[in-house]
Design a protein around this ligand. Structure first.
Ligand SMILES: Cc1cc2nc3c(=O)[nH]c(=O)nc-3n(C[C@H](O)[C@H](O)[C@H](O)COP(=O)(O)O)c2cc1C
Length: 315
């Protein structure tokens, strides 16, 4: 007996999403199949969808999917589904959290000769992160605004202009620290800002490719050390990928264990309250729990160069 479109959808869905048999999709979709995400506005063909499914399965290997309903109306149909799974490997730059998620979506499809030709999905991978309680800067990135893509590349400045803009900004240099299995870890960071004094909130922005990032992401607390004029070698150490950056560094632990570097101009320990996903980076918003301020003058950083803040003339 020929299976109905409804049962074909349920069988192929489970084969692909629950068992990773992504080739099963070839029996359900047409050769020119296109899948459009309503939230990101992006389109994918079959092989891109297959890649996406395999990436999700790698991160959520125990995925179980239920097709809740398939409503067919002539040459179009709506598919409603629910998936559950445990986040056991990195996904979209987010290290494994061990948390279980349940996510729901609906796909509106057009059918041609019994196969799906085009599909509009109300869901994308970032919703899995949201289900994990990890916030995503979709709006700021122009990815989602009621399904409309609000930004376009054409009204963004050239990359070199943006780099030039950033070079005009003068900052200090910090070392952001944490511990991984009792081992101190850290990296040089100038994307630090004070957010508010009451309550005492600060933020740092960390590139997801940093080797310190998974440990930072998993930590409840982190340390932020403002480097002094006398710590130029410390910048090189923490801007490197060296395995044991603390080998030559004197430090002490904050009340919650975060490494605070001796000789810094100031150091604080803060509780991580939010981890906003911003594509290549994660913005950590932290509530300060402990701070130490010394008399040592801070180092100044601008356009790849370091300056002695005591040598600066006041305007
Ligand atoms: C002055 C300076 C500022 C930096 N600022 C940042 C920053 O704000 N965020 C970031 O992720 N990396 C920043 N970096 C780069 C990291 O320190 C660098 O990639 C480091 O090798 C990362 O080490 P890890 O991969 O061992 O964590 C900065 C480097 C320097 C020298």
């Amino acid at each position: 007996m020929q299976q109905t479109f409804e049962s074909a959808v349920a069988n192929v869905w489970q084969a692909a999403w629950d068992r990773g048999e992504v080739e099963a999709l070839e029996t359900l979709v047409s050769d020119d199949y296109l899948r459009v995400s309503k939230s990101s506005g992006k389109a994918a063909n079959l092989s891109q969808l297959q890649g996406e499914i395999l990436a999700i399965r790698e991160a959520f290997p125990d995925l179980v999917t239920t097709v809740d309903a398939v409503v067919v109306d002539g040459t179009s149909a709506a598919i409603f589904w629910t998936s559950t799974g445990t986040h056991t490997a990195p996904f979209m730059g987010v290290p494994a959290t061990g948390r279980q998620v349940q996510t729901r979506g609906s796909n509106f499809v057009t059918i041609e000769a019994g196969r799906i030709k085009q599909e509009t999905v109300t869901w994308d991978g970032s919703e899995l992160l949201q289900s994990l309680g990890i916030r995503h800067l979709g709006d700021a990135l122009g990815e989602a605004d009621g399904g409309v893509v609000v930004d376009s590349l054409s009204d963004e400045p050239d990359l070199e202009v943006m780099k030039g803009f950033n070079r005009q900004f003068v900052t200090g240099v910090t070392v952001v620290t944490t511990k991984e299995g009792g081992v101190p870890k850290g990296l040089a960071v100038n994307a630090y800002a004070s957010v508010s004094l009451e309550p005492p909130l600060v933020m740092v922005c960390i590139q997801k490719t940093s080797s310190t990032y998974p440990a930072l992401f998993a930590s409840t607390h982190l340390g932020i050390n403002i480097l002094s004029n006398e710590q130029k070698p410390t910048v090189s150490t923490f801007a490197s990928k060296s395995a044991d950056k603390f080998a030559e560094i004197d430090w002490h632990a904050g009340p919650h264990g975060s490494p605070l570097i001796d000789g810094s101009s100031a150091a604080l320990e803060a509780e991580i309250r939010e981890r906003f996903q911003a594509k290549t980076h994660t913005i950590f918003i932290c509530r300060v729990r402990h701070a130490e301020v010394s008399e040592t003058a801070p180092m100044v950083y601008q356009a790849g160069r370091f300056f002695d803040s005591e040598g600066l003339s006041q305007l």
